[in-house]
Design a binder for this molecule. Structure first.
Ligand code: MEV
Length: 317
């Protein structure tokens, strides 16, 4: 039995603009998803996924189910078999430390874990970029869009300066960022929000391209300030990034309530993280004020995700 695990992610800076060839900064989060794999003597792929109430079911019977995770897993396996010209029946078990509703990137973490696990099981050498490329291809095959920043966080871990499709993947060397993660309780609909922004850009290219250029400047400054551990300045840049996301109309009332609460509790900076409309927000502050901010977010109706940022990328357990 081989077991591989990969971390979740949070976008720190540059969401949406990253789709238009601008850089972003993504952090890995120490909530992991693992995939255990064992060869079978037949050609069946049998899945156990407790978080989906699936126990020992044939994955091809589940393919037409509404479980997104099943299509990601099955496509990862098919892509791996095709690329490396191998085949076998498999027993697969997934385990998740986070819900697929919170926006921490469960689909990409499951794909990356599966591909890393398969490379170990079939003794095929894959470097990190090979795992990234095949995993990103899998995500595109299933959902048709996405910059791949979530796949990069799952593969490499740490904090990454990233450009779409992995054109640039650079580690930003820093440990333990003093962040609070607040969850709105609402699942963001990423594909719809990406399309909304795309339509806005078609209608008002000058305005939207200007916003993306401003976001790019913020991302470049934030890279340096994160490296310098200048959290106050990182916070100021988060507020500026949030202003620009507001101008894209992708924030929401719930996000804004949590953002306001964290700012009133003394955060250096606060912004939404990801596509917008829901999922999570992030607040950065002095270490000794983090608990205050957590309480304020909870009082405003959010829940706190307690997780260390950053963490290690995909690994064999
Ligand atoms: C979603 O979490 C972030 C987006 O930039 C989409 C992507 O980069 O794939 C909106």
């Amino acid at each position: 039995m081989i077991k591989a695990s990969a971390p979740g992610k949070l976008m720190l800076f540059g969401e949406h603009a990253v789709i238009y060839d601008k850089p972003c900064i993504v952090a890995s989060v120490d909530h992991r998803i693992s995939v255990s794999l064992k060869k079978r003597n037949d050609n069946n792929i049998i899945l156990t996924a407790p978080e989906l109430n699936i126990e020992n079911e044939n994955i091809s019977d589940l393919e037409k189910s509404h479980f997104k995770k099943v299509s990601f897993l099955l496509t990862a396996i098919r892509n791996f078999f095709k690329k490396y010209d191998v085949k076998s029946g498999l027993d697969i078990k997934t385990q998740s430390e986070f819900s697929d509703k919170v926006g921490l990137g469960s689909s990409s973490a499951v794909v990356v874990s599966a591909i890393k696990g398969l490379s170990e099981l079939f003794k095929i050498k894959m470097n990190e970029k090979d795992v990234f490329d095949l995993s990103y291809q899998t995500v595109l095959d299933v959902q048709g869009l996405g910059s791949g920043f979530d796949v990069a966080a799952a593969v490499y871990g740490g904090i990454l300066f990233f450009k779409t499709a992995g054109k640039v993947i650079k580690a930003i060397n820093v440990q333990n960022i003093p962040l609070v993660i607040g969850y709105t309780g609402i699942k963001a609909d990423t594909p719809t929000l990406v399309k909304v922004v795309r339509e806005k850009r078609t209608k008002e290219p000058k305005k939207i391209n200007h916003i993306f250029n401003e976001i790019e400047k913020i991302v470049n400054l934030a890279k340096t300030e994160i490296e310098n551990k200048n959290w106050k300045e990182v916070g100021r840049l988060m507020n500026l990034n949030q202003d620009l996301l507001r101008n894209l109309d992708i924030s929401s009332k719930k996000l804004e309530n949590l953002i306001k609460a964290a700012l009133n509790a003394g955060a250096y900076g606060v912004k939404l993280s990801g596509a917008g409309g829901g999922d999570c927000m992030l607040a950065i502050s002095k270490k000794d004020n983090l608990d205050n901010i957590k309480k304020a977010i909870e009082k405003a109706g959010g829940s706190i995700i307690n997780a260390k940022i950053p963490t290690e990328g995909v690994r064999i357990e």
